[in-house]
Design a protein around this ligand. Structure first.
Ligand code: SAJ
Length: 424
């Protein structure tokens, strides 16, 4: 079996490596020559638990190879980004570009699978594009005839930091353009997925993926809104949530500095954009979560104004123990504080060697956690990396702290534990 995976990013590269481990010959296709070269030398350009060892193993065995150029294959897996534009409307340009690339290599009997998070109807658009580019091939779902190729939508659902485990253990939803397409894709996923593989239509699978991430966004928004209420009434929100969650039917998520990553901060907009007049809840959740970031910026600025000396901003990643900064609220907060307070801002982010733009030009500097403990009287916790979580009380007891993640529950007054209450 030969498989081509288009897009060697956070999803495509681990997927390509896992498929290669099953004995298939895998070609990873990426538009970036740097990424292709890195993978071909057995290295990785992203940080993900155990991915480096897996990639180096399958590349050494010759099971995984990367190229900027497509080749013939039996299965084509598209795992490219689907961003949104300034009006929050989804942009499926990369998906259509990848489908155009696939079209050149397609032959009868092949299967095309879209994994990118996509607005409802995208897989049908891919089908229409392939039909247009390859009039010699019968596409599925257009006529009563048997199609030459199969087209399906199978969203990834893996959690960064646990990708290799979840790629195998999670259940998969497989939506075919026709039931026959779904069955062909199912046979492929059964090669490496240990979780249940459930088939449905492409449109249902597309909406299911968006629904999962909107569910999480709405629930995080609830926690973030509670954190504002708790601050207003002077109660510790993490105490409230811990106690409320003792109820057998209550399970509140954690408040934080906002929601980041390329999924949860983006996908709900695809549902809103599909039915703008019918999605006040999903839209408001997005606004609450983005608003929480603005709120943290304002509260941090107040703290910095009433203190002196260097300020340590702990973390830039969008969540704990990863090196991914996409849509990161921690980065947004730090950028805003650095633009205003410049040289007072010290950034601690163990996953990078230099500060990204525009932070690097703001006067802010990158330091390690030991230096932060030694030199910074003010600390703003933005990411719950394990290395921050494990700083013992005696090393921070005398600091002014704004803890947006609730990781230092023993932080004494007058330092504030919540993201919102300020040290008096
Ligand atoms: N967050 C909170 N409070 C919480 C949980 C998360 O503030 O209680 C924040 C995180 O700090 C982060 C953001 O939300 O900034 C998103 O983090 P996450 O861990 O919830 O999710 P992602 O973006 O890493 O991965 C999600 C997952 N989706 C769901 O859990 C429904 C994953 O399974 C998907 O595969 C992934 O999106 C994706 O690719 O769509």
């Amino acid at each position: 079996l030969k498989v081509a995976v288009l897009g060697l990013g956070y999803i495509g590269l681990p997927t390509a490596a896992v498929i290669a481990r099953t004995g298939a010959r895998v070609l990873g296709v990426d538009v970036s020559a740097d990424v292709v070269e890195t993978v071909n030398s057995g290295r990785v350009h992203i940080e993900e638990v155990d991915l480096d060892g897996l990639v180096s193993g399958v590349v050494t065995r010759g099971a995984l190879r990367a190229s900027t150029i497509i080749e013939q294959a039996d299965i084509f897996v598209i795992a490219v980004p689907t961003p949104f534009d300034a009006d929050h409307a989804p942009d499926i340009g990369y998906v259509l570009q990848a489908a155009t690339t696939v079209a050149a290599a397609l032959k009868p009997g092949d299967t095309v699978i879209l994994e990118s998070t996509s607005p409802v109807g995208t897989t049908e658009k891919v089908r229409d594009l392939l039909a247009q580019l390859r009039p010699d091939l019968k596409v599925p779902g257009r006529t009563g005839d048997q199609a030459d190729i199969a087209i399906a939508y199978c969203p990834e659902r893996v959690l960064p930091g646990r990708i290799l485990v979840e790629l195998i253990d999670n259940d998969r939803v497989i939506g075919g353009i026709t039931p026959r397409c779904a069955r062909k894709a199912l046979a492929f996923y059964r090669r490496f997925v240990r979780g249940a593989c459930v088939t449905t239509t492409a449109r249902t699978a597309e909406m299911t993926k968006l629904t999962e991430n909107a569910f999480r966004d709405v629930n995080i928004a609830f926690a973030n809104e509670l954190s504002l209420v708790a601050d207003t009434v002077g109660v510790d929100v993490w105490d409230v949530i811990r106690l409320a969650n003792r109820h057998p039917r209550v399970n509140i998520l954690n408040p934080g500095p906002g929601v980041g990553g390329h999924c949860i901060a983006v996908d709900p907009w695809f549902l809103v954009s599909a039915a703008p007049d019918r999605t006040p809840l999903i839209r408001t959740a997005r606004e609450v979560n983005d608003g929480k970031t603005d709120h943290v910026i304002a509260e941090a600025a107040k703290l910095i104004e009433v203190t002196s000396g260097p300020v340590a901003c702990l973390g830039l990643a969008f969540k704990a123990n990863i090196d991914d900064f996409r849509e990161s609220p921690a980065l947004r907060v730090t950028d805003a504080l650095a633009a205003r307070f410049g040289e007072r801002i010290r950034v601690v982010e163990p996953h990078i060697a230099s500060l990204p733009e525009p932070l690097s030009r703001s006067g802010a500097t990158l330091i390690d956690i030991d230096t932060a403990i030694e030199t910074c009287p003010v600390m703003i916790v933005l990411v719950d990396h394990d290395v921050f979580r494990s700083v013992p009380l005696e090393e921070r007891a005398d600091k002014r702290v704004l803890d947006t993640r609730g990781i230092w529950s023993d932080q004494p007054s007058p330092s504030s534990r919540t993201s919102l209450r300020l040290a008096s």
